[in-house]
Design a protein around this ligand. Structure first.
Ligand SMILES: *Cc1c(COP(=O)(O)O)cnc(C)c1O
Length: 393
């Protein structure tokens, strides 16, 4: 593959590893070992077996007939919502727990905002019988009570972050502090294609199973392995990275990344990072992020918790920078309407993150014989209360 990070972990000008010196040994150990471990036959075998028997892969590639008819194009949905735990995040947490075991780690830490990554991490720790500590902002703990209960049922310890705004970035700070204090026995599972090198590349590779399957499945359906478009929502960017990965070198496959405009790109309540962001450093990586003129990170906003992140992974910053992917921002209102439309047309309740990509059909015209693959990143069960309140159901 020609599209790749360079040897310092950069995609063009984005990426790298900007970390406190105390964290260097942990990140360096991972950097030196991740590729060789991932290439071991025994690793691949165990990873693929768990993806099959535990996650339920391959996830179907479903031709959405009624949705296609409505928008007069051929729409396929990659059903990551049917994975165990209801989204794509489990692909990455399984990969990382196996990596941690190979590195001799006996303790897992993670940070979580809405709780989805915390649940996926607690799940694989239970699967492997490994201690799990999840840092979560005190305010998020109140807002996301069901996910906190899930993590506890799965045996994880949830530690509230009481500093700052008591949300995701504060939980991240606590997790980093923990890792600095426990460098030998602990692995830090990051939940998206963000963080210092090698995390963005490692997570993209674990998620690339999505596009590998799309190629084979599309060949079965259409007699060709390449679609005209692949579309996915972007919070940090892991489901999009997985859906794009095998097509990055195929310039005839158009990539569409969908961000959350929130109440509108220029409303002050938005998470449209590519448009609003400037080059800066967040979570150890040089990328595009929303920040004030003096470099303070701006609070992002989106109705969907998974897209409510002030940065994007360095791969996506690079895809944006060189126009390899088209970036489209979708408002709360358009996303909610598109989510409800999928319920009525296809009998599928999508996660609100995914609903953002579904709303693109309202604005972008595709040709009748275009093949558009939309990565259905997760199911909407977790968002039921948001849907109920929004539509007065
Ligand atoms: C977490 C999440 C996202 C956003 O994360 P990415 O790393 O950008 O994929 C999108 N969809 C669902 C269902 C999620 O749970």
């Amino acid at each position: 593959m020609s599209y790749n990070i360079d040897q310092n972990g950069y995609y063009g000008q984005f990426g790298g590893a900007f970390i406190p010196e105390m964290l260097y040994p942990n990140v360096e150990e991972l950097r030196q070992n991740y590729l060789s471990i991932m290439n071991e036959d025994s690793f691949k075998k165990e990873f693929n077996q768990l993806l099959k028997d535990y996650v339920g892969r391959p996830s179907p590639l479903y031709f959405a007939k009624r949705l296609s008819k409505k928008y007069n194009t051929k729409i396929y949905l990659k059903r990551e919502d049917l994975n165990h735990t209801g989204a794509h995040k489990i692909n990455n947490t399984i990969g990382q727990i196996l990596m941690a075991k190979r590195l001799g780690k006996t303790r897992i830490i993670a940070e979580t905002g809405a709780g989805q990554h915390g649940v996926a991490t607690a799940t694989v720790c239970a699967l492997m019988g490994i201690e799990c500590i999840v840092y979560m902002g005190a305010i998020d703990i109140e807002r996301q009570a069901p996910n906190v209960s899930r993590m506890k049922m799965l045996g994880a310890t949830v530690i509230p972050a009481q500093s700052g705004s008591k949300t995701l970035k504060d939980a991240t700070n606590e997790a980093i502090r923990d890792w600095i204090n426990n460098p030998i026995d602990t692995h830090y599972i990051i939940g998206s294609v963000v963080g210092p090198h090698p995390y963005p590349d490692m997570v993209a590779k674990f998620q690339s199973v999505i596009s590998e399957e799309i190629k084979n499945q599309l060949l079965e359906h259409e007699g060709q392995s390449k679609p005209n478009y692949v579309m996915a929502c972007v919070g940090g960017g892991s489901n999009a990275a997985g859906a794009f990965y095998q097509f990055l070198d195929d310039l005839d496959v158009n990539l569409i990344a969908v961000e959350a405009a929130g109440k509108g790109i220029n409303s002050g309540l938005s998470a449209a990072t590519s448009t609003l962001g400037k080059v800066g450093i967040i979570h150890g990586s040089k990328t595009l992020l929303m920040q004030s003129d003096d470099g303070q990170i701006t609070e992002p906003y989106s109705i969907s918790a998974g897209l409510d992140y002030p940065g994007i992974g360095p791969m996506h910053a690079n895809l944006y920078d060189k126009n390899r992917a088209e970036f489209i921002a979708i408002s709360d209102d358009d996303a909610m309407a598109a989510g409800l439309e999928l319920c009525k047309l296809e009998g599928i309740i999508p996660a609100i993150e995914t609903s953002h990509s579904l709303a693109v059909f309202k604005y972008k015209k595709f040709k009748p014989d275009d093949i558009v693959v939309l990565n259905l990143s997760g199911r909407g069960d977790k968002d039921l209360n948001t849907y109920i309140n929004y539509f007065n159901l």
